[in-house]
Ligand binder design. Structure first.
Ligand code: UDX
Ligand code: UDX
Ligand code: ADP
Length: 459
């Protein structure tokens, strides 16, 4: 099977960068990314590359190279499906907010809508690729919808989970540790292998059966998140005992069986994947009656919620048990550095806790808009939108943001925070000037010398 046209449904954080790189590396394949969100497609087509809807280092260069050549962004979903040999499904799969499995299971309504749309728009055989993270055996549901169209079109379904991390998406796509392709039809699997083989060494392209591929994605994210919760659990113990969590992480990370990565203590993991995928895993395990398995993984989320909560509690406690009317400046709102994505960001929950204590929260983030900050807080429904706007201000200049603040809280590990003139900041703040470093990012002894009251996770 030779692939000359690819369609990707969903122009988000996964679909956008992934398909841009496929187009860049495979100039012979026409790649069309479609989305029902007109604003998003318009932003992807913006002549000003700084206005792309997704911020990722290196992405604008890739889009500049391929867009208009063999990379297209469109809202005409049906035409793109009809013309494609291969259709990637890269739509969002949020946690269900209603009904059975509420708060736990993945909401597959967008996936199902996609399948029905593919079934309706197709007049020739196609390979359908699941790119979104999905509960195990979703392919089965896709298959049953697609195979019952009765119009004589054949579909082969593949699972090809994406392992890119935001902030390093382009680097991860250019040099993946592995590409995983699950499927039952050898020819279809080979067709997708050939696409990736244009730039990924063949030995890094793993093929498995459908279910192994689907489960591997959830498992990889669960293991990664589990490492963060494990080191965060130790960070609390460090704070009580005088051990330093960075030293502990270095000491254990040099054991080659453990390895040094993903051992950075923090205010808690965020992002669109970790929590959602673990909840999914927990829900699936419970569905099969595997309660010990479910409880084991659920603990990773419980620990993460605790970490966010105790960071906020520590701020209140340290500031004489009241933050009411006090200005607390957040450095960072994104869930990690080098992205404008805020989904499940720890900052949202820490802010929510402080707002419930009547604090005035001022937010500075190099890439997140004010509109997004308010949307994230409004989504929680903890208080009225008016109340959120009364208590929270979003500022474009970090020095303005910190002027006359009672405390600074570091929520995201943006590199630029390390380069600030902390003498100047200290002089402009209320005294005692508190810093609560949720990323253990700033040089503690230097800040202590300047005269800050400095508190960091795990120290
Ligand atoms: C362990 C630590 O590895 C060592 O660093 C420390 O000094 C002492 O404790 P040990 O208990 O001798 O060493 O053996 P280890 O190889 O770690 O195995 C421990 C148990 O885990 C064994 O029963 C082993 O069969 C089991 N295991 C290990 C697994 O079931 N799966 C694995 O992947 C690895
Ligand atoms: C994750 C997986 O890494 C990726 O393979 C998968 O495709 C999608 O989910 P992502 O959520 O984009 O990627 O970012 P990641 O780097 O994994 O960080 C997730 C969260 O964990 C962030 O909030 C980050 O700050 C936090 N984290 C990560 C830590 O607190 N400490 C660490 O050591 C690593
Ligand atoms: P991810 O991080 O998984 O990429 P995003 O929310 O960033 O998630 O992107 C998913 C995109 O999929 C959104 O832009 C959304 O508008 C789009 N989408 C959802 N359902 C459909 C559909 N049926 N047809 C086209 N696009 C869709």
């Amino acid at each position: 099977m030779n692939i000359s046209k690819i369609c990707c449904i969903g122009a988000g954080y996964v679909g956008g960068p992934t398909m841009s790189v496929i187009a860049q590396k495979c100039p012979g394949i026409t790649v069309t990314i479609v989305d029902i969100n007109e604003q998003r497609i318009a932003a992807w087509n913006n002549a000003d590359l700084s206005k792309l809807p997704v911020y990722e280092p290196g992405l604008a260069e890739v889009v500049a190279e391929a867009r208009g050549r063999n990379l297209f962004f469109s809202t005409d979903v049906d035409t793109a499906i009809a013309e494609a040999d291969m259709v990637f499904i890269s739509v969002n799969t949020p946690t269900k907010t209603y009904g059975k499995g509420k708060g736990m299971a993945a909401d597959l309504k967008y996936i199902e809508l996609c399948a029905r749309q593919i079934a309706a728009a197709s007049t020739s055989d196609k390979i359908i690729v699941e790119k979104s993270t999905l509960p195990v055996r979703t392919a089965e549901a896709l298959q049953s919808i697609l195979h019952n169209t009765g119009n004589g079109v054949n579909f082969h379904i593949l699972s090809n989970p994406e392992f890119l991390a935001e902030g390093t998406a382009i680097q991860d796509l250019h040099h993946p540790d592995r590409v995983l392709i699950g499927g039952e039809n050898g020819e279809a699997v080979q067709a997708l292998v050939d696409v990736y083989a244009s730039w990924v060494p063949r030995e890094r392209i793993l093929t498995t059966n459908l279910w192994s591929s689907e489960l591997s994605k959830l498992t990889a994210n669960a293991f990664l998140a589990q490492r963060v919760s494990s080191i965060n659990a130790i960070s609390e113990l460090c704070e009580r005992t005088g051990a330093n969590v960075d030293e502990v992480a270095r000491a254990i990370g040099t054991d080659s069986r453990i390895g040094p990565k993903f051992l950075k203590a923090s205010v808690g993991f965020g992002g669109s994947c970790f929590q959602k995928d673990i909840l999914n895993l927990v829900y699936i395990a419970r569905t099969y009656g595997l309660h010990e398995v479910a409880d084991y993984w659920e603990q990773v989320i419980i620990m993460n919620d605790h970490q966010k909560r105790r960071f906020a509690d520590n701020i209140v406690q340290t500031m004489y048990n009241t933050v009411s009317g006090k200005k607390i400046t957040f450095l960072g709102w994104a869930f990690k550095k080098d992205t404008n994505d805020t989904r499940e960001s720890a900052a949202i929950h820490v802010a929510d806790a402080l707002l419930s204590e009547e604090a005035n929260v001022v937010v500075y983030d190099p890439k997140v808009t004010a509109q997004q900050v308010y949307a994230d807080l409004d989504y929680l429904c903890s208080r009225s939108p008016e109340e959120n706007r009364r208590l929270v201000t979003v500022v474009n200049d970090p020095y303005d943001a910190m002027e006359s603040a009672h405390a600074v809280a570091v929520l995201t590990e943006w590199d630029e925070f390390k380069t600030y003139n902390w003498h100047r900041i200290k002089d402009s703040m209320m005294k005692p000037a508190f810093i609560f470093d949720g990323r253990k990012l700033l040089p503690d002894n230097k800040l202590g010398q300047i005269g800050f009251q400095y508190y960091a996770i795990g120290e």
